[in-house]
Design a protein around this ligand. Structure first.
Ligand SMILES: [Ca+2]
Ligand SMILES: [Ca+2]
Ligand SMILES: [Ca+2]
Ligand SMILES: [Ca+2]
Length: 624
């Protein structure tokens, strides 16, 4: 039996014998067709193994009680990737009395590149834009926009381990942006914001779930980050909170929504920037244990709270307990609230008024909060911009001052002049640190200097000259750039015995010495000193004599039969009037050398006025 038939039989036996995961399929959707979208989800559910549902740009609208739902009967190994064409292109939306807009209940699923919106109208049952159910563990929500109902409810609700990344969550009413009910949520590099007047909550870990919040911007939420019920834990770091500018708001809360039963909840916060509005009832931290057995904790480190009427509040009633601490943080000097059983503690206070470089609350280089956090080493991490921190000692707040040098270039116009002719030197610079302008200083190689972005300078002597530009930022960090100028002596009658300017340079006494040599490793170079080694051990050279200083271009020709054929590459040197010696070992450049055989060097000279003399040739043999 031929071997390939045996192979085919073995392959088919394997296919029959093991119900291996079917290859992933793509299930496309007809643009703007919600029925087609649900049909694709149904097909992916029925098809074993992970598949992709690809949703083109368009609006997919539901109005009845049903949802777009991925809920496979056999969820094990049967996750789904739901992929739109981008947040601004693919929109899933739902109006009507009840139900989530998109439900995902398969493991390791991905939702990416779309907007999910919920416009439910039943005030008693406002729902969810994106609902990840308990079988959707290990899932990722990435580059999406989630818009919660205007009547309340949730933009996102999670019941299993899930990561939300690089997304935008919009709270359009009294509801919650992101609620984690079961399992661990991580949410990073995401904006959570209230649209219009909201009394909503940004990110909430509930009922014993955990939420790990990193590099999140929270705008306009009545409560930005909270942990509620059942020992819930929310950690937040390198994040910004701007509460509503027109009403009160709380950045951090641990509690049980004043439930009369005992609960525990904890918030751990590192490197936050919280910017309230003067005259509003803004609170940095607010906890209210209201029943015996309640234990609420909020611990803040390396954080900045400004324009908050109450920085830290721990107000216990009916035997509830809790604690609020702030370490290495910048807080308003007064306004804490504390009660029996609920201490508020400040340690290592960071003094001084924060100085911001821009409207995004980046620290200015001279803010007293730069390098003012806990002096203990901080494991490398990223600030709210995604930039490495710490830089030096850790800074207080969401951003790390980066102390970056300016980026600068320098140019000279014109860059070829006569002695004494003015050159305009122009600097172009910027600084990557927000709000930093640079100052410019020039140093010329004749020992003089000037300050300013554009300056004028003339060099007196012929030759190559340079100007070094130093750009310095307000923090004193600088960078340099160099502009070069060639100053050429003007043509004219020189002293007696010199060559008239319209005469071409003449080559004479051209030769290769010795005439036979083997390939050497060194590169061609004009020699300045006379040889001190015996002639027998001297390295091979090309020698020539010039009637005036000139640029000598040397090309090579290889003898093939009776003809010479030009070899690629050339050597070019500036040589003075008189005799010169060019060290030459058969190599034209770093990676080009002549092959063994008979050759000749062809020398041509040109002066600075552009006059070109006649070529001169010298034969030599490169030995094997
Ligand atoms: Ca599938
Ligand atoms: Ca309680
Ligand atoms: Ca620092
Ligand atoms: Ca800088």
């Amino acid at each position: 039996m031929p071997r390939f038939i045996v192979g085919a039989l073995v392959a088919s036996v394997c296919l029959l014998g093991t119900p291996a995961a079917a290859p992933a399929d793509d299930f496309p959707v007809i643009p703007n067709d919600p029925v087609s979208l649900q049909a694709a989800l149904d097909e992916a559910e029925a098809h074993p193994g992970p598949d992709r549902v690809i949703i083109p740009a368009g609006t997919y609208a539901l109005t009845g009680p049903s949802s777009f739902a991925y809920q496979p009967a056999s969820p094990s190994g049967n996750g789904v990737e739901i992929l739109g064409e981008g947040r601004s292109s693919t929109l899933l939306t739902k109006a009507g009395p009840t139900g989530a807009t998109l439900i995902v209940n398969g493991p390791d699923s991905v939702v990416r590149g779309l907007t999910v919106e919920n416009d439910n109208t039943d005030v008693n049952d406002p729902k969810v834009a994106l609902d990840l159910l308990s079988l959707a563990g290990g899932s990722t929500v990435e580059d999406v926009e989630l818009r919660g109902p205007t009547l309340g409810g949730f933009a996102f609700r999670g019941h299993a381990n899930v990561a939300i990344q690089r997304s935008r969550v919009v709270v359009r009413g009294p509801g919650t942006g992101v609620r984690q009910n079961v399992g661990a949520l991580t949410i990073s590099d995401t904006t959570v914001e209230a649209l219009g007047t909201s009394s909503g909550v940004g990110v909430n870990a509930s009922s014993g779930a955990s939420a790990d919040v990193a590099r999140v911007r929270s705008f306009g939420l009545s409560t930005a980050f909270s942990a509620t019920f059942g020992g819930a834990l929310l950690t937040v770091r390198d994040s910004l909170v701007v509460p509503p500018t027109a009403s009160g708001g709380t950045a951090l809360n641990a509690g049980d929504n004043n439930n009369s039963s005992p609960h525990a909840a904890t918030v751990e916060a590192d490197r936050l920037t919280v910017v309230g509005t003067t005259g509003r009832d803004h609170r940095g931290v607010s906890i209210n244990p209201n029943s015996a057995g309640d234990n609420f904790q909020v611990h803040v480190r390396d954080s900045l709270f400004i324009h908050v009427a109450t920085a830290l509040e721990c107000f216990a009633t009916a035997g509830g307990a809790g604690a609020v601490t702030a370490d290495w943080s910048s807080l308003p000097s007064t306004g804490d609230v504390s009660s029996v059983g609920c201490p508020v503690t400040r340690s290592n206070p960071v003094l001084g008024t924060p100085i911001f470089a821009d409207a995004d609350y980046h620290p200015r280089f001279d803010s007293p909060l730069v390098d003012a956090g806990n002096p203990d080493p901080l494991a490398a991490t990223f600030d709210l911009d995604g930039l490495s921190r710490p830089v030096g000692r850790r800074d207080v707040g969401a951003y790390e001052y980066q102390r970056r040098p300016p980026v600068v270039t320098a140019s000279a116009v014109p860059d070829e002049v006569a002695p004494g002719q003015a050159v305009s030197f122009q600097g172009a610079g910027s600084d990557p640190d927000p709000g930093e302008t640079v100052t410019y200083a020039w140093a010329f190689d004749d020992g003089t200097g000037a300050s300013g972005q554009t300056v004028s300078h003339a060099f007196g002597s012929p030759g190559s000259h340079s100007a070094t530009l130093t750009a310095t930022d307000p923090a004193g960090v600088s960078a340099t750039a160099i502009a070069n100028v060639t100053v050429t002596a003007p043509p004219g009658p020189g002293p007696p015995g010199t060559v008239p300017p319209d005469q071409p340079p003449q080559l004479s006494r051209v030769g290769v010495v010795p005439r036979r040599f083997s390939l050497r490793p060194f590169l061609p170079r004009l020699l300045r000193r006379s040889p001190t080694v015996p002639a027998s051990r001297r390295r091979p050279e090309i020698r020539f004599t010039l009637s005036e200083a000139a640029t000598v271009t040397i090309t090579f020709e290889r003898r093939i039969g009776r003809r010479f054929r030009r070899v690629r590459g050339r050597v070019r040197v500036r040589a003075p009037q008189g005799s010169s010696r060019l060290r030459f070992g058969g190599r034209i450049s770093r990676n080009r050398s002549l092959r063994p055989g008979r050759h000749r060097a062809v020398l041509r000279a040109a002066d600075t006025a552009g006059n070109r003399g006649l070529p001169a040739r010298a034969a030599f043999t490169l030995l094997r």
